[in-house]
Design a protein around this ligand. Structure first.
Ligand SMILES: *Cc1c(COP(=O)(O)O)cnc(C)c1O
Length: 487
C-alpha cells in the first residue's frame, strides 16, 4: 500500500497512486512497507530483463494480477529497444557502464515511460475511471519526449508537455516539436525547468481548476518522476545491472558495489536507494551533479539551499535546483511525515531547510563544464563514447575515488545516447575549433567515433515541426484550458 510523504495516512493501492500521481496533501506517494525479494539473489540474477521486471514489479503493484503485470511488461520491453538485453552493461577500464538509452527516445526516461502508459491503462480500468486523463509534464529535456512517445495515441489519455525553450539541446527540442499523435502537445516556456515544475505542481493542486475540468470529464495525472509509476520500473535495472556484473564475472554474488548516478530530480538515484533497501548489495550511492550543485552541497552540509543562480549547462536534463524526489528520501530516512511536511514548507517559504538525519549512505560530488568535457575525452580515449550527463557521473566518480581511495567496483549509470548532444560531445573529443550544426554534427560524430547513428534520430531533421507554441510560465494554465476546451 502507498501513503503520502506529508502525513495524509490514507492507504491507497498501486493503481490509485499511479492514476492520481500526487497526494491530496501535495505529498508524494511512498510504499509504506518496503518489500523484500521473495527469491534468492542467486536465482534472480539468472533471469532476463522481462522476468526480472516481473519479480520486482509484483512486489509493488499490489492490486495488479499476474496476467496484467506480465502483459504490461511484454508490451513495454519489446523491439522498441534496439538491444535485446534492454539495459546492457559495458566495461571500459575500471568503469562499468549501464546503458539505459536503448529505447525510442535515446534517454533513460524510456525505461519507465515505455511501461507507464500500460500501467495507467490497467489502473484506469481497475478504478473504473471514465474520465479522460490529462497528463501534465514538466521536462528538463528527456522526460517530455519519452512521455509524448509513450502515451501517443493511447485512448482516453492526452499528454501536455512543457519544456524550457532555451534550456534543452537542439535534438531534444526537435524530438518534441516533431512529435506525431492526435493526443500529444508540446509547449515551450520562457523560463527554466524549475519554473515549469513549480507551475505544474501548482496546477495539480489548484482545486478550482480541477473541479472545472472534472465537470467537463477530465482529470489530471503526472508522468514526471513524482508519479510512483515512474520510479518502480526504474528499480528493475539496478538488479539487472548487478546480475550482469555477476554473470560477466566482474563481481562475486553478494559482493557490494557502488553506484554513481547523474542526478537532477533525484528519481533515478532514489530507485537505486530503494533497490538497496530491498536487498541489493550496495555500499555507497554517489550522487553526481553538474554546476547546479544543490545536492552536492546538501550531502556535504545537510542544508538544502535552492537560493542560488540557475546555470544552463551542457547536461540540461540535470539543470534543476528543486529535486522533487528528495522529499521521498527525507521521508524514508526520517520516517516522519510531520517533519517532511515542515521541510517542504520551509523550502517553499525560505528556499532552504536543514535535514538533521544520517545521510552517510550517499556521497555527493559534482563536475563543472570543463570537467565534463575532459571526462568525455578521457573515456573516448579508452574506446567508448559517452554523453554529457554520463560524463558528469564519470567525473564525480573519479573525484570520489581520489578523495576516498574506495576501490569498490562501481556502476556508472549511463543515462543518454551521445547522439542527443552531438555538438558538445564532438567539441570534447575533437581538438579542432570547428563547430558543427544540425545533421552535420550527428554525421561528424558518427564518422569520428565510428559508431552508428541511432535509427530513431536519423531523419529527425527531415521531419515536420508540429508543435511551435511558446508561452510564459503564468500562461501555462490558460494554455491547458485552450487545449482541453478545443478538443
Ligand atoms: C532525467 C535525466 C537525468 C536526471 O535523472 P533524475 O531522475 O531526474 O535525477 C540525468 N541524465 C539524463 C540524460 C536525463 O534525461
Amino acid at each position: 500500500m502507498f501513503i503520502s510523504t506529508r502525513g495524509d495516512s490514507t492507504k491507497i493501492t498501486a493503481s490509485e497512486a499511479i492514476l492520481y500521481g500526487i497526494a491530496k496533501d501535495s505529498g508524494l506517494y511512498v510504499i509504506d512497507n518496503m518489500p523484500h525479494l521473495d527469491m534468492p539473489l542467486e536465482n534472480l540474477v539468472m533471469l532476463d530483463y522481462k522476468n526480472m521486471a516481473y519479480e520486482i514489479l509484483k512486489l509493488f503493484l499490489d492490486d495488479f494480477s499476474k496476467e496484467e503485470i506480465v502483459d504490461c511488461i511484454d508490451k513495454a520491453y519489446d523491439s522498441k529497444f534496439d538491444d535485446e538485453r534492454i539495459a546492457p552493461l559495458v566495461k571500459f577500464s575500471d568503469y562499468y557502464f549501464l546503458e539505459l538509452f536503448h529505447g525510442k527516445t535515446l534517454a533513460f526516461k524510456d525505461m519507465a515511460l515505455s511501461i507507464l502508459p500500460h500501467l495507467m491503462r490497467v489502473a484506469k480500468n481497475k478504478q473504473d475511471l471514465k474520465k479522460e486523463i490529462i497528463i501534465l509534464v514538466a521536462t528538463s529535456g528527456d522526460t517530455g519526449k519519452a512521455a509524448l512517445e509513450g502515451f501517443r495515441d493511447v485512448d482516453g489519455i492526452k499528454v501536455i508537455v512543457f519544456y524550457p525553450i532555451n534550456g534543452v539541446s537542439n535534438i531534444q527540442k526537435l524530438q518534441m516539436q516533431t512529435q506525431e499523435g492526435k493526443n500529444t502537445f508540446a509547449i515551450g516556456i520562457e523560463g527554466n525547468f524549475d519554473d515549469a515544475q513549480t507551475e505544474v505542481k501548482k496546477i495539480f493542486n489548484d482545486e478550482g481548476f480541477n473541479k472545472e475540468l472534472d465537470k467537463k470529464g477530465y482529470v489530471f495525472s503526472s508522468a514526471n518522476s513524482i508519479n510512483i509509476g515512474r520510479l518502480i520500473p526504474q528499480i528493475v535495472y539496478y538488479f539487472y545491472a548487478y546480475a550482469s556484473m555477476v554473470k560477466d564475472k566482474y563481481i562475486d554474488i553478494y559482493e557490494k558495489i557502488n553506484i554513481t548516478v547523474p542526478t537532477g530530480n533525484f528519481g533515478n538515484i532514489l530507485a537505486a536507494y530503494i533497490a538497496k533497501k530491498m536487498g541489493l548489495p550496495v555500499n555507497k550511492l554517489i550522487c553526481a551533479s553538474n554546476s547546479n550543485k544543490v545536492l552536492y552541497d546538501f550531502f556535504r552540509s545537510k542544508v538544502y539551499d535552492k537560493d542560488r543562480d540557475f546555470v544552463t549547462t551542457m547536461s540540461p536534463s540535470m539543470d534543476i535546483l528543486v529535486s522533487s524526489n528528495l522529499e521521498r528520501l527525507l521521508f524514508m530516512i526520517s520516517q516522519d511525515a510531520k517533519k517532511t511536511k515542515l521541510f517542504m514548507e520551509e523550502l517553499y517559504k525560505t528556499g532552504k531547510y536543514e535535514f538533521d538525519f544520517d545521510l552517510s549512505e550517499f556521497y555527493g560530488e559534482f563536475a563543472d563544464e570543463k570537467e565534463t568535457l575532459d571526462s568525455i575525452k578521457k573515456v573516448f580515449e579508452l574506446g567508448y563514447l559517452i554523453d554529457t550527463h554520463t560524463a558528469v557521473a564519470v567525473s564525480a566518480y573519479d573525484k570520489y575515488v581520489k578523495k576516498t581511495n574506495d576501490l569498490t567496483k562501481n556502476l556508472i549509470v549511463s543515462t543518454a545516447s551521445p547522439y542527443k548532444f552531438p555538438e558538445d560531445v564532438l567539441s570534447a573529443i575533437l581538438s579542432l575549433n570547428k563547430s558543427y550544426e544540425n545533421y552535420e554534427a550527428i554525421k561528424a560524430l558518427s564518422d569520428v567515433s565510428k559508431t552508428n547513428i541511432p535509427n530513431n534520430i536519423k531523419d529527425i531533421f527531415d521531419k515536420e515541426v508540429f508543435h511551435k507554441a511558446i508561452c510564459k510560465t503564468y500562461e501555462m494554465k490558460q494554455c491547458i484550458k485552450d487545449i482541453v476546451l478545443e478538443i
